[in-house]
Design a protein around this ligand. Structure first.
Ligand code: IPM
Ligand code: MG
Length: 354
């Protein structure tokens, strides 16, 4: 049966990099992949056209597809709006609406780019960490939330970090299952030394490991220590399990170890058989948007993750990843990697490997 990939190009460099992923998908379709590619408005582009960052129609189409590939959302022109009408709210709404509670963020260092890292080559060469970040709970979604004005005129801002047993278990299960396909090691991060909910996270993850995953080597690390260990000796990590907030922060840190934020894809998945949401880790980069110089690799690698986890085509995922690696090995570089290629020319270099 024909699978459907819904593209949500979004804002800033989103449409530019997604166009390259679309060309890659088109090439695979020409070679026999049974895939229909569609597109829908999202983020700031949707605010301009429809008044909201995520329309009911776009969410319905996302839920009806097999995989969604997002470009990027946000930009200075929408930054003054209230939180619930910003492009970012559309992304949180999409993640929640699709119930994609596990965010897979690989931080892999391509051999050709080891010099691009701010860390010495010996610390990053061969680096291959997989973050599993909880994505639909925690402090980004908890209530109460908001800002109120107190009788004495002060303002009081509140956001709530909250997790239930089942929310922790379902994302931990995905981390353990993926660890079984790798080195069988998981490090879980929290702040159980100061947060009750952090200690509970640790206890629930440990209990699940003891009950169902005795073969997995699980350890726990305070999130602040992990921030330090990631720059001290990043190769000690294989799979890292985090809540939503710590995962947001620590995965950006790990991404930068690999040399460029422009290289890294991500996958947000939920229960088996449900569509996944794929997105580059980088943002909309308004400073370079419209100039055709953005690095399309993260978008293409996100497409590869969609092929692997949602479109039932793991061999094609390998092929796309190999094509990106071959392009890098041949010296193809966009400006963020120290080169001069345009987005489209980098796309040509990747397509040459397909
Ligand atoms: C990310 C981003 C998002 C997040 C924003 C854009 C809502 O930082 O995907 O890491 O905080 O999750
Ligand atoms: Mg982030």
């Amino acid at each position: 049966m024909t699978k459907t990939l819904l593209l949500l190009p979004g804002d800033g460099i989103g449409p530019e990099v997604t166009a390259v992923a679309r060309r890659v998908a088109g090439r695979l379709i020409n070679q026999g992949l049974d895939l229909a590619v569609e597109e829908a408005p999202f983020g700031g582009a949707s605010i301009d056209a429809h008044g909201v960052p995520l329309t009911e129609d776009t969410l319905a189409r996302a839920l009806a597809s097999d995989a969604v590939l997002m470009g990027a959302v946000g930009g200075p022109q929408w930054a003054r709006q209230s939180y619930d009408t910003r492009p970012e709210a559309g992304l949180l709404g999409l993640r929640a609406g699709m119930n994609v509670y596990a965010n897979l963020r690989p931080a892999r260092c391509f051999a050709a780019l080891a010099e691009a890292s701010t860390l010495k080559r010996v610390f990053v060469e061969g680096l291959d960490i997989l973050f599993v970040r909880e994505l639909t709970g925690g402090v980004y979604f908890g209530s109460p939330r908001g800002v109120e004005t107190l009788p004495d005129g002060q303002r009081r801002g509140v956001n709530t970090h909250v997790y239930t047993t089942s929310e922790i278990q379902r994302v931990a299960r995905i981390a353990f299952d993926l660890a079984r396909t790798r080195k069988g090691e998981v490090v879980s991060a929290e702040k159980g030394n100061v947060m009750e909910a952090g200690l509970m996270w640790r206890e629930e993850v440990q209990a699940l490991r003891d009950a169902e995953y005795p073969d997995i080597k699980l350890s726990h690390m305070l999130a602040d220590n992990m921030a330090m260990q990631l720059v001290k000796y990043p190769k000690q990590f294989d799979v890292i399990l985090t809540d939503n907030l710590f995962g947001d922060i620590l995965s950006d840190e790990a991404a930068m170890l690999t040399g460029s934020l422009g290289m890294l894809p991500s996958a947000a998945i939920g229960d088996a058989g449900k569509p996944g949401l794929y997105e580059p880790i980088h943002g909309s980069a308004p400073d370079i948007a419209g100039r055709g110089v953005a690095n399309p690799c993260a978008s293409v690698l996100s497409l590869a993750m969609a092929l692997r986890y949602s479109l039932g085509a793991p061999a094609l995922a390998d092929k796309v990843e190999a094509a990106v690696e071959a392009a890098l090995n041949s010296g193809a570089r966009t400006p963020d990697l120290g080169g001069t290629l345009t987005t489209a020319a980098m796309g040509d270099a990747i397509l040459a490997g397909l």
